[in-house]
Each structure stands twice: as structure tokens, then as C-alpha cells.
Design a protein around this ligand. Sequence first.
Ligand SMILES: CCCCCCCCCCCCC[C@H](O)CC(=O)SCCNC(=O)CCNC(=O)[C@H](O)C(C)(C)COP(=O)(O)OP(=O)(O)OC[C@H]1O[C@@H](n2cnc3c(N)ncnc32)[C@H](O)[C@@H]1OP(=O)(O)O
Length: 891
Amino acid sequence: MTQTTIDKVCVIGSGVMGSAIAALIANSSCQVVLLDIVSNDPGGRNAILKKAMENLKHQRPDPLSHFSKLDFIKIGNLEDDLQLISECDIIIEAVVEKIEVKHQLYNKIIPYLKDNAILASNTSTIPLKKLKAGMADSIKSRFIITHFFNPPRYMELLELVLDSEVNSAIIDKIAKFLTINLGKTIIKSNDTPGFIANRIGCYLLELVVRKAIKDDLNPVIIDKIFTNLFKLPNTGIFGLYDLIGHDVMKLISSSLVKSLPTHDNYQEIYLPTLLLDKMLEKNLIGRKGDGGFYRISVVGGVKTKEVIDFSDFTYKPLKDYDMEYNSINELLESSSIYGQFFQDILVKFYLYLIGLIPTVTDNIYDINKAMKLGYSWKIGPVELLYQLKEGFEWIKNQALLKNLPLPPYITNNSYKLIEASKFQFNRINLEESRILLKNNSAELYLYQNRLVVSITTKMNCLNEEVFDLIIQVVELAEERGQDLYIIPLTDYFSAGADLKLIARHIKNNDFVKLEEFLALGQRTMTRLKYSNVNIISCAVGFALGGGCEILLHSDFIVANQELSTGLVEVSIGLAPGFGGIKEMFYRADEENKAKPTITTDGNNNTSLEPQQDKAELTGNFLEKSISKIVINSLKTEQGRLFFENLLQSSNRSISQNDYIIEVNRDLVGTLFKINSFGEGSIGPATCGHVVTIKYQILDTNNNLINEATKTFSLGSWPIIPAIDMITNGMMVGQSRQAVIPPQYAYYNSKYRVENIDHDAYYKVNIMLNSILPNNFVNPAEVKIFDNEIAYKIPLLCGDKVKFAAKITRLSNGEILYDSNKQDKNIEMKIGDINYPLIVSYALHGKVPVGTRTVIAKGKTFKALGSKVNHMLVQDKIEVDEFLMLELSIVD
Ligand SMILES: CCCCCCCCCCCCC[C@H](O)CC(=O)SCCNC(=O)CCNC(=O)[C@H](O)C(C)(C)COP(=O)(O)OP(=O)(O)OC[C@H]1O[C@@H](n2cnc3c(N)ncnc32)[C@H](O)[C@@H]1OP(=O)(O)O
């Protein structure tokens, strides 16, 4: 696959679309220049752009595939930085939809365009011919419309509008960039208002919303029918209207109505609707306003979806309605008001859609595809038509009944030539290929003289037949000396191992078969990895579990930028079984960097685990995975009993855990250099332990400035902070020495190094004399699992923390304490002896995100202090029984 020669793209306009298009291009590791007007703001001449860049970091869904992609975007303004345009191969204008503004801008930038640079507009409403009016021929031949859909990173559709003046080399160049680098699917549209998807989408929105309000129907029921029966995205029609914004819908529709011919049916369905006007007046314009048809209200942290009551423009909680209809046919045959409503709108909608042929496009498959890729319809509108009992005939009959004119596409019977198979736009053209090998789960094609294997099971799941065929195919490829491509025929790569098959084996207690399945999977992966031909896996959509493991064992991965991939099974309690973890480590290790990887985004890095940085992969992926598996097992009765038995039967401690201490040693070690002397005996000391220490503080000239012997609880007693930090992790009998900066020698006016010199460093000597035995936690008797191990500063002794906690008896799952049930989060200082000691122990060293699950004996659940009765469960428990503590940090 050849990469395009586009090195730099300029996007002009840093509004919602412009900045998101810039992010999309930056995601493909292409340099971007983002320009906008000069700001008069005190924030400087580029203040508008700086704000846009900041917004990119916070928008949801995330426009950036990684924060580092921001480095590919250079900002500038349209006065000081126009010369940056001359470095760019493509210039995409995404400024306000006003023809005069666009023309002024073109006049300003055209002198800076380099030869052969492509000038494109992202307009959604202004015709190409109007935009090009007055341009020199040399510019006209490289001026086009590239219409991206919002959000550009996620919507695959790109409508391309050209005319006969555009040079064919330019078309080729932009098409390659949009498809190969940006992963878009191009649909060519004629130069008509709204092009394809918005013309149809906005028509449907206005038709449904305005007629439903007129007929006094319930938006909730209508949306439920659209999402359940027509498989539209969950937003439905009214939800989408809110999402786009009623103000924006008004702009789009008024502009369409103005530019469409007077006989166009958009004019007729765009009914004046008083209630919509009132909503606009009251700023009920959707999600960005004070509500729309729907609103989310948050009371006491609880979110409730509400729907508007048109009688007084208040909102009422959404009621769930039982779906009366099981299919579209049932709905359309019903004499209910909703049945009638859908009959009416569907006939109008389809007559309109079909009537766009040939003016807007002559390709009905493109219309179908545009709505799938631009509006996220699971089933395209033309495909949906075939779900009606009589398909096109139904439309024809209804139109005759309602006395509505039929479009030429129906009257000339063109619709009879539609081939259903063409609605599936495969990534390889099966018509051009020959099947060489095949079983019920996978096929090998010879496509353009290349060997291509595709999985054909549900969700492309991996079963024995898939593995058998892959092994066979690798052998054949080796015999022929030809590389092997693994390409899905679907929009996804694979959902991984066939979980239903695994579940069946487990249910039948057939662990021999399960073992065989795992072994076959491992053999297949090994075969892929060590084959002497190249294995090239082309992935799109998702590649989960075993699907990801296929990618990891391939020589090359051609990954769509939006591929979701990972060893997700750990979150459902399954360990990856086909060698994925080892490959993940292998690839993450710089020295062993796997063979080069190609991606469709022009980026030479694999898209595998794009959200996971290298530190996380190498650092704690395994630990995190195993923790997740154990945590999930602990949520089931069998899992808890399994652990209980495992721990009790062998009568041994739950394995060594020195993780917490290590984290803090590392952390403290980076703050000050600490030297330890002697091995010590009992310990280590940690938060909440009552310790007796002797300490000395000396200045840089070794003058003793403070010395004392103190007994205190680590973390709970106000003392010079460095002393808490250094003592943590010490063994009784051990001594430590550290050099500390001045801020760690100061606590408050009562406990501090007198007359502190803020430029000086201090020496601290500590000797740990004892740890109070009756609140000692032995790390060897505690096991800790984190569901999230982020690289953040861990909590330390004395830190204030707010968290939710739950204590469960491992033997029977009985919940002994649950802060959520008491509707109260706990706020404590780590080390406070009025809380069970295990809580301090568990919080200490925890990064302040996610949930920490701890298994420990009952004796550690005691609180030494009794001033306040905090989470006291000690009366309910035996000292030697195992309990599970779950802690989730709240802020
Ligand atoms: C006592 C000791 C016991 C020890 C036992 C040890 C066993 C060890 C076995 C280890 C095997 C490891 C194998 C390998 O290394 C790792 C894996 O591959 S594990 C699998 C990882 N994959 C997943 O977790 C994906 C699960 N699926 C999903 O998340 C979603 O389905 C989806 C893929 C995101 C798609 O979502 P949707 O579009 O919403 O679609 P649906 O969810 O409705 O699914 C549609 C349809 O497909 C079926 N399906 C989906 N995935 C699988 C699958 N992996 N296997 C089988 N079937 C799958 C789904 O059930 C639906 O079916 P329907 O309801 O229509 O019948």
C-alpha cells in the first residue's frame, strides 16, 4: 500500500469542525497548521486557537487518539502567519457558513498557495459552483468540497464534491489521503444543497419532529420505535435533534429551504411549528441549552433523563413504554396513532430519498452507505426497505393510495435491478476473487493473486475450524512462497475466542476439550509467528482477546486508526490463553521491537493498545491483568470459596506482598536519599502502626538541632513530615539516615525545626525501637489487588483521603460494612488509629484512583483508638477468619 505524499495540511477555522479535523489529521501523524483570525483578547493574538487546542483535550468523544498528537498541530493567525500556508499540500477551509466570508478568505490565502496545493472547503450547505465563482482557472482545477461528518474522528463518511474542472491527479491525491491516511470512506455527491446524508438526515429529522408535535405524539415512544425496530442509534430522532442543537437545525433547514427548488418536498414538510419556536425563545435548544426534548437532571449525584411536557415546558422523568410492536411490518399494519404516523412519514421519507436519484447521486447503494457511515445507522435505509413485507411495492402502493407522485426511479422500474449483496461493502471484492480453501468458519481467497484468509463465524469468533484452516493456509502460503493476508469481510476483525464454545466445555466438565482448544489456539499463533512468509493482518472495528492475539503474532498490522483492540478478557476473569501477554511484552520492549508495522493512518507505529503507554505495558500489565481476574472471581460465590479453600487448606500465608512498601521506598527515595543500616527483626512499620523511634536532626555542619524519643502512630500524629516518610518501611532495630530539603523539616509552628533555613538541607537519623505488637499487620498475611494501577503519586501516611469502603466475609459473602448503604463516604487521615488498622495499611501506597481489594485476617480489622466508632466491625468477626475489604477513592 503506498502512502500519499501529503506532508502538511492547513486547516483554517478552529471552531468545532475545524479543530476536530485538525485533530483527525494530527492523529495520522501528519503535520497540521491550524489558522484562525487574530484575537483582540488579552490572551494574545492566537487566543482563539489556544482555546481551541485546550478544548481538544477535554472534548468527548475524544478527538485526539493521544495527547502527544497535539504536537503535530502548529497554530497561527491569519495575519502574522499566512506564509505557513505555502508549506502545505492541502488547505481545508472550515470557517463560518457565509459565502462572503469564505470568498474574502480565499482571496487572502490564494497568493500563498504552493503549486498543486489542493484547496478544499468543508462547507455543508454552500454549492461548489458558488464557492468557485470568480476564481482563476489554475485554482478552480484544484478546488473541491470535502465534507466531513461530526465528530470527524469517528464518522467514516466523507462526501466529496467535484466538478469537471478538477484535475484528475488532484482527485487521486486527495482520495488517497482521505482513505489511506485518514481512513475515510468517500462518497461522491453531486453539487446539490446538503449533498447526500444531510439532505436525507435533516429531512427525516424535520419531518418526524414537526409532524409529531403537530399530531401531539410522545417523542419517547417515537424514539423507542426508531431505535428498537429501525435500529437507529440510541439518540433516536428527537435526541439527535437535541444533540445537533435546535438553533443549528434551524440554520441548516432554513438554508436548505432557501436553496432548494420550490417544488422540493423539504419545503412542504418544514412546517411552521409554534412549540419549536417557543423552545428556541426559552433557550431549550438541546444539550447545549437549558434542555431540549430531553434533559438530564442531576439531583444528589443521581442522573435522571427527563422529557419535555409541552403544556408548560417543564420536564418529567422518562417513563419506559412497553413496545407494542414486534416488527416494522406489525407497526405499519397497526391502526394505532403511531402505526398511522409511521405509515405517513415512511412513505414521504422514501419517496423523498428515492427522488434524489439522479440529481443528488445516481447510486442508490451510496445513499444507503452514506446514512450508515454519516448517521451511524446500523441498517441503511434502502436495506431497511427490504424488511417491509412488500419492499418497494409497499411504497408504490402507499403513494398511489395517498395520491403522491412517484419518482422516476420507481416508475421506470430501476429499483427492480437492486442487488441486495451490494449493500455489504466488503473490504475485498469477492467478485474478483476465487475461493481456494473453505470450511464452515473461515475461507481462503485468491484475490488479485494474493492469499487472503477471512473468518466467517458470528463476530468472527475463533473456534477449532478457524484455527485448523489458518494452520492449513499458512502451510499453503509457505509452499507457494506467498505472503498471507488476514482480512475481515466485516466491519470488525474478531471478537476473540468463541466464549460460547468455552462455556459449553466448562459446563460439560470437558476440560480435556478445553485444553485441546487452548493448545490448538497456541499452535496456530505460533505457526503465524514463525511462518517463513509474511503474515499481514488488516484490522478494523475491534480485535478483542484472541483477535488481538492474532495481530500480536502477525508480522505486519494494517490497523485502522479507530481500531479497538486489547486483551479485554481479563476484565471478565479470563486469562489470555493464546500467548498474547508474552507478545505484548515483547512488542513493548524497545530492544525486541517487533517487525515493522504498517498502519492505514500513515503512522509507523502499531495501533495496538493505543490508550496504553509503554510504561503501563511493561510496568504492570501482568499484575493488573491478574488482579482483575482475581477480583472478578471474588465477586462469585465459587470464587470466594475457591480462595478460602486455597488459603485455609494449605494453612499458609497468602503469599508475600511487598508491593506497597516498594512503591513508597521508591517514592521517598526520589525525594531524599535514604540509607538503611542493619537488617532489623520485626516489621516493616507502616501507616497506623504505633512506633517508638529515636530521632535526631542535624544541620549541614553536623550540629545537632533537635533530638527526641517519641511514640506515635505513623501518619496520625503531627510530626515533621520527613520523619513519617523515613520511618515508613523500617524494621525494628534498624536505623536510617537521610538528607532532607527544608520543606520536609517543617510541619507547623509547634513541631518543626526551629529557625529553619530555607536554603539549607538537613540530616535526619532515625532508630526504630519498637512497633506496638497488638496492632501489627504482617504483610505476608495480606493480599492486595488493584483494578487500576496508574502512574500517579501514591497516598502516604498522614494524607487526607475520602473513600467508599465495603467489608465482606470471605467464607459466606456476608457484607459486614458498606459505606454506600450508609450513604456516606469516609474521610480520614491515613494512619488514624480510630479506624481499622487494615484501612490505613491498604490506603497507604495506593494511587488515588480505582478500587483496591484487600484480603486479610480479621485481627487487622481492629481499631486501636476508640474515640469514635468508625467502621467498627471487630465485634462481628473472628481474628483468624479472612475478610475482603474494597476501597474506592472518591475525590
Ligand atoms: C475452574 C477453572 C476454569 C478455568 C477455565 C479456563 C478457560 C480458559 C479459556 C481461556 C481462553 C482464552 C482465549 C483467548 O486467549 C482470549 C479470548 O479471546 S477471550 C474472548 C475475548 N472477547 C471478548 O471478551 C468479547 C466479548 N464480546 C463483546 O464484548 C461484544 O459482544 C462485542 C464483540 C463488543 C460486540 O458487541 P455488540 O455489537 O453489542 O454485539 P453483542 O454483544 O450483542 O454480540 C452479538 C452476538 O455475538 C456473540 N458474541 C460476541 N462475542 C462473542 C465471543 N467472543 N464468543 C462467542 N459469541 C460472541 C454474542 O453473544 C451475541 O450472540 P447472540 O446473543 O446474538 O446469540
